[in-house]
Design a protein around this ligand. Structure first.
Ligand code: HBI
Ligand code: FE
Length: 325
């Protein structure tokens, strides 16, 4: 049976993937209707059809022209945008002490002391990126929208987080149909400033380099149920560490309400769990600890038949391919 044979093929070396951090300039494949070569001088009404939340024209230009190593251009957010941020920030801060994991709570305090976080204004990505670099070596890179899972995951291998810079529309402050900077800043950034979590995110990224589309989909699903919607156990209680929860009042409250079915994280099972993103998550996975999550993920990664091994060299910010036939 041809299909079965194909499925057993080990991962080949001929799928292109970034080898050096500067190769991330080529990992900008958007899966929205926005393409880098699209003329962004088109009237906003054309570009934003079905994307009502897109309001910052300048951010798109910044993201399209961005090259590794450049400073992230500063954005002048409107009063309305800052008000949207303040609304979300205020409400979530009430829930964090009882719902967020310890790591998120600890880093959030630091972000307010030294990372430029405050209720009144949306922090600038450049300042936040510099904060992250000091904590874990992660950095932000501006991106114009939803990227392909392959490109998005590959950037994690280089401790780079592709981060949107625009803000959801103020008419629906509690909901964003696609990631916006409120989601990235309140949900992802605090976790990426935690050393153990940063290590997990990078290893997940490294595991995806050069794998088949089928495996990319599995890793994207693992990403979904960990980085986006993961729960952990701390002091005998459930706590949220997933950015999709930590950046949404409704989702965060719902996640610990008893409503979702909570299953034990098991990469083999989790990787093929179906999910949707149009309502509160009905199924969540819980990890015993970040160490436990890492151990299980490493076992899963080892089970994937990639034709080569990789090692990451932090001095040169590049990956080396180690052949093992
Ligand atoms: N692109 N900009 C951006 N932000 C994300 O959070 C994101 C993405 N592309 C894919 C993705 N997340 C995940 O759903 C997984 O497919 C990796
Ligand atoms: Fe996200």
């Amino acid at each position: 049976d041809l299909k079965l044979l194909e499925e057993k093929e080990p991962e080949k070396k001929d799928i292109w993937f970034p080898k050096h951090i500067s190769d991330l300039d080529k990992c900008t494949h958007l899966i929205t209707r926005f393409e880098p070569d699209l003329d962004y001088t088109h009237p906003v009404s054309v570009l934003t059809e079905g994307n009502f939340f897109l309001s910052q024209r300048s951010d798109f230009k910044a993201a399209f022209g961005f090259r590794v190593g450049q400073a992230i251009p500063r954005v002048e957010y409107t009063e309305e945008e800052n008000a949207t941020w303040a609304h979300v920030y205020r409400h979530l801060k009430d829930l964090f002490p009882t719902h967020a994991c310890k790591e998120h709570i600890d880093v959030f305090k630091l972000l307010e002391m030294e990372g430029g976080f405050c209720e009144e204004k949306i922090p600038q990505l450049e300042d936040v990126s510099n904060f992250l670099k000091r904590k874990t070596g992660f950095q932000l890179r501006p991106v114009a929208g939803l990227l392909s899972a392959r490109d998005f995951l590959a950037s994690l291998a280089f401790r780079t987080f592709q981060c949107t810079q625009y803000v959801r529309h103020g008419a629906k402050p509690d909901h964003s149909p696609e990631p916006d900077c409120i989601h990235e800043l309140l949900g992802h950034v605090p976790m990426l400033a935690d050393p153990k979590f940063a290590q997990f995110a990078q290893e997940l990224g490294l595991a995806t380099l050069g794998v088949s589309d089928e495996n990319i989909e599995k890793f994207a699903t693992l990403f979904w149920f960990t980085v986006e919607f993961g729960l952990c156990k701390q002091n005998g209680e459930l706590r949220a560490y997933g950015a999709g929860m930590l950046s949404s009042y409704g989702e965060l409250q719902n996640s610990l309400s008893g409503a979702p079915t909570v299953k034990e994280f098991d990469p083999m099972v989790t990787a093929v769990q179906e999910y949707k993103d149009d309502d509160f998550q009905p199924i969540l996975f819980v990890v015993e600890s970040f160490e436990d999550m890492m151990t299980k993920m490493r076992q899963y990664v080892a089970s994937i038949d990639r034709e080569f091994d990789l090692s990451y060299d932090p001095y040169t910010q590049s990956v080396k391919i180690l052949d093992h036939n």
